[in-house]
Design a protein around this ligand. Structure first.
Ligand SMILES: Cc1cc2nc3c(=O)[nH]c(=O)nc-3n(C[C@H](O)[C@H](O)[C@H](O)COP(=O)(O)O)c2cc1C
Length: 266
């Protein structure tokens, strides 16, 4: 150990302590930023695979034994202009981020207060849709939906048959509702009630709803699923987010267009 007096180096001096502290911080920040940059493509790939898996699940097609991207081969991803219901060709469906776009000027719009029943404030002008194809014909249209529950924003996918009205399935993949209460929205016994239900009434008005208690027999039952015991506020959130996204400010124009095409084709 060199003698401190001879070298003039004091390990306890303020300047040396600062040099070491700054040096360690610099090295650590370089390491953390490099890791973030190196891992970003991997994170994006994982997110993409996760989203594809949920889409396959809501379509009833997910097979855990087969790679997700292979199973996704029969699913087309398209971008829709929500106002017109038409496809947009000049936006890359693989990289389009609807949530980020919602907050960008020109790419996002504020939702008028009287229409914002899902309580999300803004949405992107465009939205992705996932179309399950078989022998060149669409079998299901899978739509991203989101809206406020009690504690959190609920993110999910609603799958609709080619008639644009019959539910094929519903899945939520992200929320922070209470385990045992609001998280029933991701549980099978409740989700199993959705397929076959009708989103709209005869006049084309969004009618789908989660009732309080149990669905009672009657003409409205085709638009209803049972309530969530002890979690009516989350359940109401589901009603409102579904009605927003199938409504005229959501995918309403798109679903009207695809259903009229289905009618024209036979
Ligand atoms: C700690 C705590 C967590 C709760 N979490 C939820 C929830 O995630 N979703 C929900 O709708 N209600 C939740 N509630 C209950 C609501 O405050 C409210 O009582 C309930 O939604 C009413 O539904 P019910 O009429 O079916 O009982 C929670 C209550 C407490 C005390």
């Amino acid at each position: 150990m060199p003698d401190e007096k001879k070298t003039g180096f004091s390990r306890d001096s303020i300047s040396n302590t600062l040099v070491v502290a700054i040096g360690v911080s610099l090295v650590c920040s370089v390491l953390v930023s490099s890791a973030a940059i190196v891992l970003r493509p991997l994170q994006e790939a994982n997110q993409n695979e996760f989203r594809q898996r949920i889409v396959l699940e809501v379509a009833g097609l997910y097979d855990p034994g087969v790679p997700v991207d292979e199973q996704f081969g029969n699913i087309e991803t398209r971008i829709v202009d929500l106002e017109t219901g038409q496809y947009v060709e000049d936006v890359d469906p693989q990289s389009f981020d609807a949530e980020a776009a919602a907050n960008e000027p020109g790419l996002g719009v504020g939702i008028p207060k009287d229409q914002d029943i899902a309580k999300i404030g803004r949405r992107a002008v465009y939205a992705p849709v996932y179309i399950v194809m078989q022998d060149g014909a669409p079998q299901q249209y899978i739509l991203p939906v989101r809206g406020k529950g009690l504690w959190s924003t609920l993110y999910g996918y609603l799958s609709v048959e080619p008639d644009g009205n019959t539910v094929s399935g519903l899945r939520f993949y992200e929320h922070a509702e209470t385990p045992g209460l609001g998280d029933q929205i991701e549980k099978e016994p409740w989700l199993a009630q959705w397929p076959g239900q009708k989103l709209y009434d005869e006049q084309g008005e969004p009618r789908m709803e989660v009732v309080r208690g149990q669905v009672q027999p009657g003409p409205a039952a085709i638009h209803q699923v049972d309530g969530l015991s002890g979690a009516t506020l989350t359940a109401n959130g589901v009603t409102y987010l579904i009605r927003y996204w199938i409504g005229s400010h959501g995918f309403g124009p798109y679903l009207a267009r695809v259903s009229s095409e289905a009618n024209d084709n036979g």
